[in-house]
Design a protein around this ligand. Structure first.
Ligand code: AMP
Length: 187
């Protein structure tokens, strides 16, 4: 199973990706997590990405596409994966299409989670207090939601027109949402 999980920040993508990963026995790959790991360890990649992440902007495509390509080539990704937080713009969609063509594997489904703006802001502020992420402050959160609306939300139409989009309300109970997704995607 090869899946994308999409939706605005705070909608619960990471939580649902972790549950889907467990259910299908495939790795959940979060570009945000990969960047945060590199930031924490101050690797060359982390240093290059830091300024963008701190401002709530997208890290340049060239850098981002490469980390995804390298990650999808790893052994544990042979039988499937869930990508969380990628692709985020049209050029990343094209890059992913090229990676899939090269690997000779199709994309099975795109899981899109939706929620009201107020629910998202509230969840992100709560997460900021718990996790202390450097990019979880009101200005950066607003910037990230803005980038999502402008660059990422239009991609849902792209995947809808390809017939792979499945949309779910992300504001309810976590386990109930998970059950609905699995019922729709199949065991
Ligand atoms: P996230 O945890 O997915 O919200 O990602 C945190 C930050 O990492 C984003 O605000 C971006 O700066 C960067 N990032 C994560 N995924 C991508 C991506 N696909 N393209 C560009 N930047 C990304």
């Amino acid at each position: 199973m090869r899946l994308l999980i999409m939706g605005p920040q705070g909608v619960g993508k990471g939580t649902q990706a972790a549950l889907l990963s467990k259910h299908y026995g495939i790795p959940a790959i979060s570009t945000g997590d990969i960047f945060r790991y590199n930031l924490k360890n101050q690797t060359p990649l982390g240093k290059e990405a830091q300024a963008y992440i701190d401002k709530g902007e997208l890290v340049p495509d060239e850098l981002t596409n490469k980390i995804v390509k390298d990650r999808l080539a790893m052994d544990d990704a042979k039988n499937g994966w869930i990508l969380d937080g990628y692709p985020r713009n049209a050029s990343q969609v094209a890059a992913l299409d090229a990676m899939l063509a090269e690997l000779g594997t199709p994309l099975d489904a795109v899981v899109a989670l939706t929620a009201d703006h107020d629910v998202l802001m509230e969840r992100m502020m709560k997460r900021a207090q718990i996790e202390g992420r450097s990019d979880d402050n009101p200005e950066t959160i607003a910037k990230r939601l803005d980038v999502y609306a402008k660059e990422t939300a239009p991609l849902l139409d792209t995947y809808k027109s390809r017939g792979v989009l499945h949309e779910f309300d992300g504001s309810g109970d976590i386990d109930a949402i998970q059950a609905t997704i699995v019922a729709e995607l199949g065991e």
